[in-house]
Design a protein around this ligand. Structure first.
Ligand SMILES: NC(=O)c1ccc[n+]([C@@H]2O[C@H](COP(=O)([O-])OP(=O)(O)OC[C@H]3O[C@@H](n4cnc5c(N)ncnc54)[C@H](OP(=O)(O)O)[C@@H]3O)[C@@H](O)[C@H]2O)c1
Length: 226
């Protein structure tokens, strides 16, 4: 199950996993876009089902887990991909508490609450995997450059969620990924990577990576510093 799979990196991850034979749940808060993405994917790539989920809304998340369990009895892979950069996220001393809260609500708490809601279904998998789509912007090593501070802090905190989940769920593989700078609505058209390149490490961790690889931060299938 991939959150924010109606477009961008999440959509490409879902497409590639469906092509590998997974029954993919296309998570999206926008039901029209999510349903269309799942239908197109099912025609071209394999088995895909739309799942309505707004990661910023706890009721929506618990309803999504319930709806999922009516269709499948277990979940092998959760990709916490949904993410936002809020307009005005420009300078750390000027951003409002509201902007900061809104960013954390989706990018950090969103991933934690979706994992919490789907954990009983993941636990029924033989080899459960959780992939948190983070960002190099959240790395503490090397220091910040001032770009999008609320977003970057939310990804630093998401990396904290990843290591805490890895400790709490020793039978799971739980990792953070930086997809690189990717040409999507968020990344913009000047970004250096295609969605295929951005999805690569996420799909690898979701399917082929050694299951004892857990609690790490990766880019290009290699561990990077926090
Ligand atoms: N692009 C890059 O260069 C880059 C670099 C590093 C990390 N990332 C990370 O990669 C992930 C995907 O980004 P992207 O570039 O593919 O961005 P994108 O094209 O803007 O797509 C973001 C996706 O997240 C969804 N989303 C946002 N808030 C949501 C919520 N509350 N509930 C459910 N879905 C929600 C969006 O849904 P709507 O269509 O409804 O808005 C959309 O499907 C994000 O976590 C981002 O931080 C991206």
């Amino acid at each position: 199950m991939i959150t924010g799979a109606n477009k961008g990196i999440g959509h490409e991850v879902a497409r590639q996993l469906a092509a590998k034979g997974f029954h993919v749940f296309v998570g999206a808060r926008n039901s029209k876009a999510g349903r269309k993405a799942a239908e197109d994917m099912a025609k071209k790539s394999g088995k895909a089902t739309f799942l309505e989920i707004d990661v910023a809304d706890n009721d929506s998340v618990t309803t999504a887990a319930r709806e999922f369990s009516k269709i499948e009895d277990h979940l092998d892979v959760l990709v916490n991909n949904a993410g936002i950069i809020v307009d005005g996220d420009d300078a750390v001393l000027e951003i409002s508490d509201d902007l900061f809260r809104k960013t954390l609500e989706t990018n950090t708490l969103g991933a934690l609450r979706v994992t919490r809601a789907f954990e009983p279904l993941l636990r029924k998998s033989k080899a459960p995997r959780v992939v948190d789509v983070s960002s190099g912007g959240g790395q503490l090593t090397g220091g910040a450059d001032g770009w999008a501070p609320a977003y970057c802090i939310s990804k630093t905190a998401l990396n904290g969620v990843t290591v805490q989940l890895a400790a709490a769920l020793p039978k799971f593989a739980v990792n953070s990924v930086c997809p690189g700078w990717v040409r999507t609505e968020m990344g913009g058209e000047n970004a250096s990577r295609s969605v295929e390149e951005g999805a690569d490490t996420i799909v690898w961790l979701a399917s082929e990576a050694p299951h004892d690889l857990t609690g790490k931060f990766l880019r290009d299938r290699k561990e990077i510093p926090w």
